[in-house]
Each structure stands twice: as C-alpha cells, then as structure tokens.
Design a binder for this molecule. Sequence first.
Ligand code: SF4
Length: 460
Amino acid sequence: MSKLNLRERLDDFWVYPKLSNSRHRRSFEDSFFNFVQEPTSNAPLNLYIHVPFCDSACSFCPYYKLGVNKFRDFNAEYLDAVVKEIEMYAATPYFQQHKIASVHFGGGNPFMMSLKDYERLIGTIHKHFKVEINDNWSSEGTINSVKSVDYMKGLLSLGINRVSFGIQTFNEDVRRKTRIKTSIDQIYSGIDKLKTAGMDYCIDMMYNLPDQSIETMISDLEKVTELDPYHIDMYNLAVFPNTKLDKQIKNKKYEISPSQENQLMMFKIGHQWLMDNGYKQIITSTYSRRQQEPHIGDLLYLTNNNVLGIGASSRGYVDGHVYKNVCNLDTYITEVSEGRFPADLAYKSTLAEHHDRKMVFFPITMKIRREDIPDYERFAPKLETVVELGLAEWVEDELRLTEQGLIYSGNISAYLMNETEWTAYIKSFFTSLKEKTNFYNEDYMGINFVPERQLQQANS
Ligand code: SF4
C-alpha cells in the first residue's frame, strides 16, 4: 500500500503473504517440498495441528471445519493422516535439525478428541522431533466439550498446560443471534472443571458483534475478568463477505449492526476499560494481569521463525516457503496416505518478501528494535511517515506504537506491505466476492447456500 490510509480501521493481518487459488496453485507432485531434503537453518519451530471438526456453527466462523457426523465417521482416518504427515516431515533432513519450541492444537474444536487421540498425536511428536518446550503446549476447544475434570487432568499429564476457548460475549441475546452453541451454564461448569483440574486457560472475547451495545461489552469484560483467565484475547468481529452473517447484516436483521464506527469506538472503550482494571496489553489483541511477555508461539510466528502447519487447511511458513494445506478432508487423507505433502497452495518468498513479512507483523507485537528491522534503508521512509503521523515513536533504539498507533496497527501493517501483495490481497477479496466464497480460505465455510456445482468444483 503506497499511502497510509486511516479512513477505516483495519484488523491486524495475521496471514502474510496470503496464498490464493488464482496465483499459488500447485500440483501435489511438483518439486516445491524438495527443500526439506536439505538441512539448512536450525531456527526454533512452532508446530500447529488443525483439528477440522466442530460441534458448533457460530455464524461468524470462517475456519475449515466439519460437523459431528464427519467427526464420528472420519476422525480415526484423519488422525492416521495427521500422524503420517508429521512423520513425513520429521523424516526429512531439514526437520531433523529443528527443535520444536511450541505446539498448538487448533480448530475446529480439538476437545472433541479423546485423551487417547491427544496421547497418540503428542506421542508421535515426541517420538519424531527434538522437543524443547518448557511451558508451551496449548490446545483450543469449546468449553462445552470439556468432558470432565479427569479429561483435563489427562491433558495436563500429557503436557498440555494451557487451553483456550471463545466465550465472545455473555449476552444471551447476542449469543443466540450469532449461533454460539455453548450455554452460559456450560461456560461456568466447564471453567469449574478446568479450575478443579488445575488447568490454566485463556479466553477469546469479541466486540462489534450484532446487537452488542457498549454496556453489553463492558458487562462482558467485567464477567470475563471475574474468571481470572491467564489472558483475554479481544477481537473485532471479522465479517467475511458472502457468509450468512454478512447477508443478515446487509438485510438489516439487527438493531445494532457491526460497523466501522462501532468497532473503533468499542476498541477504544474496551482497551481503556482493561487498562483501568489492571490489565497489560501483551500484543495488540491480548491483555493480561499475569502474563508479562507474548506467548513464545506468537512471538516465533510474528518474528519470522518457522511454523510447521499440519492437518487440513493448516498454513505453514518455513524459511520463506509458504504453503497452505488443502481444505478438503478426503483430498487431505488421500494425498497424505499416498505419501505426498498435502498442500495445494505454495509459494517461495524472496528475501525481500521475507523481510516484508516481518515488518507487516511487527505492529501486532507493538514494537521493534532498530537492529531487528531488516533492510532498514528500504523501510525507513515509511517508518518516518508512521512516526510523523504520531502512530509510533522511537524510545532509544526501539520503535514503539503510540496509543494512536495501537488503534491503527492493522493500517500500519497494510502500509508496510509491498504494492504487489496489497494489490493481490484486494484482488483476491473481489474474486471471493464474485465467486461467492469465504475470503479467509477461499472455500465455502459459513456460506449460507452453496449451489451443488460449486461444491463439486470445490471438492474436485
Ligand atoms: S468459531 Fe470455533 S466454536 Fe464456533 S464454529 Fe468456528 S471452530 Fe466451532
């Protein structure tokens, strides 16, 4: 983006570069993954495992997930494929060099898995990788799926020491309207189980939800604070085009619709409320009274270290090799079982693009040291503009976002993207609009009605 545009507040960019069907399709047999045959760096590695099953259907959800029936019929086969994919990477000269510094199970709803399933996956990781983790095994899941105290104790004994789940809001009306399945009783009963088991937890909350007033949001923050989570992630509701939620908003189904004005106002008020109540902002969306520094997994990800994404729809970034696994359970299982890396999108970044990525992510961490800015001369003019506009300031040798900069961190990231990526980003957005896909994965998750023909194309 050539100009720093502050007309609209943008969300943080957690995906960069964004791979798209139109530009980055690969054949499963091509040579992209040959790089794993060469041992190169031994940078610490973040391992992400996607569990694509969920028993809920939140109307805002863009993630690749399948329902309870698919879980029942395919979970065992899926886990076989995940184990095999881990083994395929671990057997390569490249990954034998790397130490795993952080593991996260995401989804979907990983808590649908049994303890035996977790045990199998964690055992596979330990067996095949050098694992050097102190306290960074985490799993997300829905709080209604916390089966029992023993289930959580079991996860603890396997090494998972923190779980995260979304509450989003405590307001019954807003929960119903956004089709959040878990009841308020289930939230409190689930948290009791976590506490009894001694499992620490992080909670996702949202602002700018349909019919969520400022009073509702403040009440949400008061209630979530009472639960004393390790940290709170506070996200703006991202409305993806073509989704059911998007259509409901356009059809004016709500008295208060998510909007630019609301998200800006709610962010400012929510942020101030958390500050006034003793919270520290750890990264742009994360607040805590207990945590002092970003989680190692976030830090590795945001500072251009390696992320090995495993499972259907997972994204990976390994020394500039960007890939996204196929968003289709059958294809994922077939490709892995036939011994191929199951990424259908891939791209090898140039060194300049690798540097761009670091700068696009830096606003999320809210600061960067001068010595950590790659290719400083190239970024200096843009950084000067950011400083001149009062969005960041130099404190000795560190560039830090100001209060104003924290509000517009996503805009600063967009400004630091190179022009080609930004244009491609916009183009991919309009392509999704036209093809009626969900922009996040360019698939049909959360889309209300998908004509049979499109489904067949998507699955082919
Ligand atoms: S947001 Fe989470 S709980 Fe809701 S449908 Fe998506 S994966 Fe499931």
